[in-house]
Write a protein that binds this ligand. Sequence first.
Ligand code: ADP
Length: 394
Amino acid sequence: MNILIINSGSSSIKYQLLEMPSTKVICVGSIERIGSTDAISNYKTDNNKVEKIYEIANHKAGLERITSLLLDAEIGVLNSTEEIDAIGHRVVHGGSDYTETTLIDEEVKSKIKMLSTLAPLHNPANLQGIVMAEEIFATAKQVVVFDTAFHGTVPVKAKKYAIPNELYEKDGIQAYGFHGTSHKYVSEKANEYLLKENTKLISIHLGNGCSITAIKDGKSIDHSMGFAPSNGLIMGTRSGDIDHSIIYYLVNTLGYSLDDVNELLNKKSGMLGLTGSNDLRDIEEEASNGNADCILALEMNAYRIKKYIGAYTATMNGLDAIIFTAGIGENSSLMRQLVCKDMDYFNFQLDDSKNELRSKNIREVNTTDSKVKILVIPTNEELEIAKQVYELLN
Ligand code: ADP
């Protein structure tokens, strides 16, 4: 089966074509800066790697450009769009209705649209990708995998906020949790590696968005992001946990509008607000040159992660392994070192030389006598979506 995975963001489309069940990647690519005259298209197969700048006005034009690359006589991988059997769409918010991989129909689409109020940055773009794909790949089955789905197992005591009950019951205000596809993928890899299923794991996804999940016996039981993907850890441009009184102060005393506050907390805060950059590579470099803001931001970031590790170890009453994943988790030995420093009370100890080794494979970076394993596991959300689509259709 040829399964095309589409991850349609507000100004980008990332895609991957996989052959299933062999999991062979036929091509991978992305179009970024959609809506501009200088959108960047990246396209890679076993034999070709092409980067080009185009004018791409909207998502439809983006998907048409992708299709013409897939069908290109020289560098393409398909003869016809009908060779795609299924499309797996990543959708960020599935609310409480969708905790499973789902075949797309009109009802699912209208629900994704309704949920746009909860994920205004993500769901509208995800839906646009679905509508375009239905038009272009008319014979393919269209399937959706929700980022929230893996967290459907979080118990009410962990997902409900202490606000009047009707806001939970009638209005669906609760913690939903995100990055579910990634946390599911790496936690299953961890269980395979540990050779057991009844484990207590803490999965730490550190990319531009950052989140942490407590996973017991393969099920998510608590997660740092909440109602929207903004709570919890310090992220590239998002503040993570913040006292809500600050919002009233910004509005009532400092004259911010609610849109300004949204912009401030989602796009101008986090590592960007603390250091002027949201790219951890630059921040680490500046920190090594003695930049005090960067040194403090890295310490704050690690400190927040440590607090969640403490909380989740308590809620699970134990811990078998912590997992680092995504851009920062997989690549930043410094962030892993800051998080794992002085955690002997929690029974884990980093091996500094193993921590410095680079690899694309799952690896253990703890000392041999560390009771709790410290694992670095490269995430692969596309593969996880392809697996789920394949399982649903077979
Ligand atoms: P996204 O959430 O957009 O998928 P990624 O998982 O690609 O993001 O992670 C992006 C982050 O990973 C950026 O902050 C980037 O600086 C960081 N990163 C990537 N490579 C390294 C590295 N070698 N060292 C430190 N940070 C890195």
